[in-house]
Design a protein around this ligand. Structure first.
Ligand SMILES: Cc1cc2nc3c(=O)[nH]c(=O)nc-3n(C[C@H](O)[C@H](O)[C@H](O)COP(=O)(O)O)c2cc1C
Length: 400
């Protein structure tokens, strides 16, 4: 998600500076290049050696550093980044920024740039609540500076209240949000994916051959267009995409609960291959071979997640998309399914074994909507995902 992005990370002199080490790693996990800057006070909390070893590059510390200035001047350093993150942003650093002071490297970089800035403040609750700090924050927000946190909680100083540095994943999410500047920015979209596992006993279950590849690609494509994606997935063969909120479930009933908890959303894409039935009374002990012969499994119908959401009287997503995996008469069956379920679109595909679609890398789909059937040529699942994401953006009136 952050491949090719350069982030200038300024580490201020606060007790939470140690969390910046983890932040460097997590930003790198997303593909970002992290260029670290450590303030003089920051050095009291984390060593330049740790920072530069983790970042894999020299840490910038001194405004009047001849070598650094010869290699990359401070003006160039501040402008070469796609985003400047300050974590922790101390009361002192924010006061300098608000006043336009430039007495050290960090504040000079912040003044000499038009690169967007994201601040993650961290300080004692009284410092945070002080009129001067609140005034500075209001000024910075009016200048277009972005914020993540602070959070409320117990502090290192023993007090409780607002002022804690946001958790590292939340800072990473704020960075991802900043870069998600596509047509779906500001839209929240739910995607279900993968198979469900319906237990027979603690070691056996009923499943299906869905790999989760198509749902995963769709979630990734929607996130790439800027959507906030809630990804509810059964036990899939492929890892979830980055930059989405992942909710892992096993059974159809758990999936329905996760879906209902994720609402409201602007659109729901129901790509999961949900088992139609579950074993009515799954055993909580492993079933044994016995002289009485084989066990008889009785089935109960699972909740119909697509129909439940599509039929909601209140809070129905503006766009509800179902999937149909068919083995014959694809268009006729899928057209009937769209009406039966009450959804807006059905993405239908032929999953006959000879197509190699289920578990494969390609898909051949027909998009069924109110206006008819749109047959797409066979293409990679990621291309299907990108095309569908564009359609979703158009349908939500979000450009694309
Ligand atoms: C142990 C200790 C912890 C501190 N923690 C914080 C803090 O969490 N937030 C903050 O704004 N200042 C904190 N300070 C005060 C800053 O270190 C001080 O204001 C410093 O000048 C900030 O430097 P900077 O602008 O380079 O970040 C702390 C000071 C000490 C001695």
């Amino acid at each position: 998600m952050l491949a090719g992005k350069r982030i200038l990370l300024i580490i201020g002199g606060g007790i939470a500076a140690y969390k910046s080490l983890e932040l460097i790693r997590r930003l790198q996990d997303q593909g970002a290049e992290v260029v670290p800057v450590l303030t003089r006070a920051g050095e009291e909390f984390v060593t330049p050696l740790s920072v530069s070893a983790l970042a894999g590059s020299a840490v910038h510390r001194d405004l009047f550093d001849l070598t650094a200035e010869a290699e990359m001047g401070h003006i160039q350093l501040s402008r070469s980044a796609d985003l400047i993150v300050v974590a922790p942003a101390t009361a002192d650093l924010m006061a300098k920024m608000a006043a336009g002071l430039a007495g050290d490297l960090a504040s000079t970089l912040l003044l000499a740039t038009d690169t967007p800035v994201l601040l993650a403040p961290a300080m004692n609750v009284r410092m945070w609540q002080h009129a001067a700090t609140q005034r500075n924050i209001a000024m910075l927000a009016a200048d277009g500076v972005r914020f993540v946190g602070p959070e409320e909680g117990d502090m290192a100083c023993g007090e409780h209240g607002p002022g804690r540095l946001s958790e590292v994943p939340d800072i990473v999410e704020a960075v991802l949000r900043f870069f998600r500047a596509g047509p779906l920015q500001g839209r929240r979209i739910l995607v279900t994916s993968g198979p469900t596992h319906e237990p027979i006993d603690p070691v056996r279950y009923i499943a299906n051959r869905s790999s989760g590849a198509q749902g995963t690609a769709i979630a990734g494509a929607l996130a790439a267009l800027g959507a906030e994606v809630v990804f509810v997935t059964g036990p899939a063969d492929v890892p979830p995409p980055s930059g989405v909120e992942v909710i892992a479930v096993q059974t159809a009933q758990q999936m329905l609960e996760a879906v209902e908890a994720a609402l409201p959303v602007d659109a729901g894409i129901f790509a999961a291959a949900v088992a139609d039935w579950r074993v009515a009374s799954a055993s909580d002990r492993k079933l044994k071979k016995s002289r009485d012969g084989m066990p008889v499994l009785e089935f109960a119908e699972n909740p119909d997640i697509l129909k439940t959401v599509a039929g909601m009287a209140q809070g129905r997503p503006a766009l509800v998309v179902g999937f149909a995996a068919e083995t014959d008469d694809v268009v006729a069956h899928a057209t009937a399914k769209r009406l039966r379920k009450g959804c807006d679109w059905i993405v239908a595909n032929d999953v006959s074994p000879e197509t190699g679609i289920m578990g494969g890398t390609e898909n051949a789909v027909v998009l069924i909507s109110e206006t008819g059937a749109d047959v797409w040529p066979r293409m990679g699942k990621s291309e299907v995902a990108a095309r569908l994401a564009e359609r979703v953006a158009q349908a939500l009136g979000a450009g694309g």
